[in-house]
Design a protein around this ligand. Structure first.
Ligand code: NI
Length: 154
């Protein structure tokens, strides 16, 4: 088993709040991250796969192909977007680094070649803050009107 990692980055804005909380409670929990008009981050995503080395190519997966997959399936959908309203798969999800990285995992795990699987995804929100996920059964809670409209497809 060999592990390979590809890094990609994107810029996006978000606001952290739960529509089921009062304004006062959102303020207390999220502080400045609850700014009504949002704020931005330069995110870095590190994706690590594990798998067998193909004896013919010497690779687990072509890292260029992994980058293309990441750009098509994830980066193009979140780069320069408002994560609260522009991204279908985050509808109604509080866009913390924790929730974002789990949503990315759920997208990517279905699209990898058969000889490899996801090992870890790390999402750096800033130089100091990072969430990582290894596929251990996290669930995404959805809240509010966006969650309801995503569920009914309207
Ligand atoms: Ni933030």
């Amino acid at each position: 088993m060999v592990y390979i990692t590809r890094k990609v980055d994107f810029c996006a804005s978000h606001r952290l709040y739960n529509p089921e909380f009062t304004d006062e409670k959102n303020d207390r929990i999220y502080g400045r991250c609850n700014n009504p008009n949002g704020h931005g981050h330069n995110y870095e995503l590190e994706v690590t796969l594990r798998g067998s080395v193909d004896p013919e190519t010497g690779m687990v997966m072509d890292l260029k192909a992994l980058k293309t997959l990441l750009v098509q399936e994830i980066i193009d959908k979140v780069d320069h977007k408002n994560l609260n309203v522009d991204v279908d798969f985050l509808a109604g999800v509080i866009p913390t680094a924790e929730n974002i990285v789990v949503s990315f995992w759920q997208i990517l795990e279905k699209r990898l070649p058969r000889n490899c699987e996801l090992h870890e995804m790390k999402l750096w929100e800033s130089a100091d803050n990072m969430a990582y996920y290894r596929g251990e059964g996290a669930e995404l809670a959805r809240h509010g009107e966006l969650a309801a409209s995503a569920a009914t497809g309207k």
